[in-house]
Structure formats: C-alpha cells, structure tokens
Ligand binder design. Structure first.
Ligand SMILES: [Zn+2]
Length: 308
C-alpha cells in the first residue's frame, strides 16, 4: 500500500452525466443506494492511470486482470468487521476495546457517495471481496448527508477525512508507509491499530500475495549468493569481480523499485532495511566479506535516496 496522488478536480465526465444525476436523485429520495452505474469507461481509465494499474490496497499489478472501481466508504448497507465469522482474534480485541461506533454495526452506508470521485478507488477483486461492505469508524465521528448536490460531493471526502475517523486506511489521503512492517517471509505487519484493521479487512497476507511478494526478496538473495560463491578465492581481484556482480544485481533491484511497479512499498522496505534482510549472520561463512559487498553495492546505487 502506498500514498496515491489523485487530482480531485479531474472528475470523469460520466460522474456528472444526466443518467448519474437521475440515479443520484432517486437514491436521495429513497435514503439508500438503489441504483446507478458508477464504473463507466472513463472512470476506469482515469483510476487505472492514477493507480498505475495497481490495486489501492495490495499493490498487485492489474495489467493482466480487471481492476474494480471500489467505494472506500460503502455505498450500500455496511457492517462492522466484528460481523465477519473468520475474524482474527487480535483484530476482534482491538475492535471490541476501541471507540468505534457501536450504533453502526450495520446501517445503510453512504448512498450519497456512490458517484463521488473522491470515494472511488482502484482495487483488485481479491481485496475488494473480503473488504466487502465492512467499514468501522470511531465512535461519534459518523458523518451524515446534508443535502449537497452531486457536483458538490466529489471533493467532500476531503472534508470527511478531517471529521470522520474510519479504521480503514485511505491511500489517497494518508501515507501508509510509517505503518508498514514486512517480515523476511514477506508477511505484512503493523504496530498501528488502523493498519492492522486494513490488513485484516482486505486480507493483505493472502496466499496469492505471498507467492508474488516472497520471490522478490528470495530471488535477490539467491542471485547475491550465486555471485558470491562463483569465485573460490578471496583475493583482491576476486573481491572486485564479486563487487561488480553485486553492483549489477542491486542496480537491477533499484531499477524495479519504482512507484509505478507492483509492490513498491515492499521493495522499498527491503532496501531501507537491507542489513536485516540481506546480511549474513556473523557466524555464517564469510559473513564479513559478504556483508561488506552488499553495503558497498547499496551505497553505490543511492541507498537512502528513495522515499515515498
Ligand atoms: Zn488488491
């Protein structure tokens, strides 16, 4: 998950079309979401470009599969994650003890934000499905519809961001980076209660993500090990030859560590914590030389220059 830059003024035309206006007025009169298409072609194209063809929650590439227009705040009936039967006990404890709004364990959701540009994110099916309509907010912070027009609701979420306190992280308004911790097994963890909630809600440690994330680190380690053992001597010339290979491998890893590439947050975490992920333990064979090569290669390719 990474911070996303979205221009609130670049609203796709279909979200202000007459058809959408009619649906909006209908839903308004009913007081709940009954009808209306929000995922027109221009919305999909715009979101795909903004999200660099990646999922808002898991950062998986969506070039090979269809992305989905996702409502950050549910347009229809919403419920507390406490209602999920397979809920992680740790999250259950957080929810039961935190000040989330118990009067909204289930309600009609944010029908007035069904076509609101600021409420639409780009997501993969595997994140969108478990997220479903689960949405918890801090007690007494629930916003209400106050009769705004369709046009005036597109940027409304910015205002809501300051007043309402949802548990789910919104990558368009918050930088998730400080909350993310990855393990050597490519598992995503956090010390932050809201990020824990987000990980659980979208199931960000699913098998399909693990099999994509884990090789990014494993292949890097494998390549470095291969280069290291391809020389038998520990002379100065062999050291330099090893360093050339290490430089090449690390350079390639840096080249792929870009915002527009899948799993940027994970890649960046590896780089920023490379000693933890790549160094050999002191008792392992040739640890000193191996670690020195990594350090030199990392420094050469601008370690510390990347940031979110
Ligand atoms: Zn996803």
């Amino acid at each position: 998950m990474i911070k996303i830059d979205k221009d609130p003024s670049q609203i796709p035309a279909s979200l202000n079309s007459q058809k959408v206006k009619d649906a909006f007025e209908n839903n308004k009169s009913k007081g709940f979401f009954e009808q209306g298409k929000y995922n027109h072609g221009d919305v999909k194209i715009a979101l795909k470009a903004i999200y660099k063809s990646k999922c808002a929650y898991c950062e998986k590439s969506l070039t090979d599969q269809y992305g989905e227009v996702e409502h950050y705040r549910p347009k229809g009936k919403m419920k507390s994650l406490l209602k999920r039967t397979d809920l992680n006990s740790n999250i259950k404890r957080i929810l039961e003890t935190s000040q989330f709004n118990k009067s909204h364990l289930s309600d009609d959701g944010y029908f007035w934000l069904a076509f609101s540009w600021g409420n639409l994110l780009w997501s993969c099916k595997q994140c969108n499905m478990p997220k479903s309509t689960f949405f918890d907010i801090q007690e007494n912070s629930r916003v209400a519809y106050s009769n705004e027009s369709l046009e005036n609701l597109h940027d409304k979420v910015k205002e809501y961001f300051l007043s309402e306190k949802p548990h789910l992280i919104n990558p368009e308004f918050e930088n998730p980076k400080p909350y993310l911790i990855f393990t050597k097994k490519a598992e995503l963890k956090s010390r932050n209660a809201r990020m824990k909630y987000t990980i659980e809600t979208c199931k960000l440690n699913r098998d399909d993500l693990f099999i994509l994330r884990f090789p990014l680190l494993n292949n890097l380690k494998r390549d470095l090990d291969k280069h290291f053992t391809s020389f038998t001597k520990y002379s100065k010339s062999d050291f330099n030859a090893r360093l050339d290979y290490f430089n090449g491998t690390i350079e390639n890893f840096f080249a792929e560590t870009k915002k527009e590439k899948p799993f940027y947050a994970w890649r960046l975490f590896i780089i920023e914590n490379y000693e933890h992920f790549l160094f050999r333990k002191p008792k392992q064979p040739n640890a000193k030389t191996y670690n020195l090569l990594i350090k030199l290669a990392m420094n050469q390719f601008g370690f510390g220059k990347h940031s979110l």
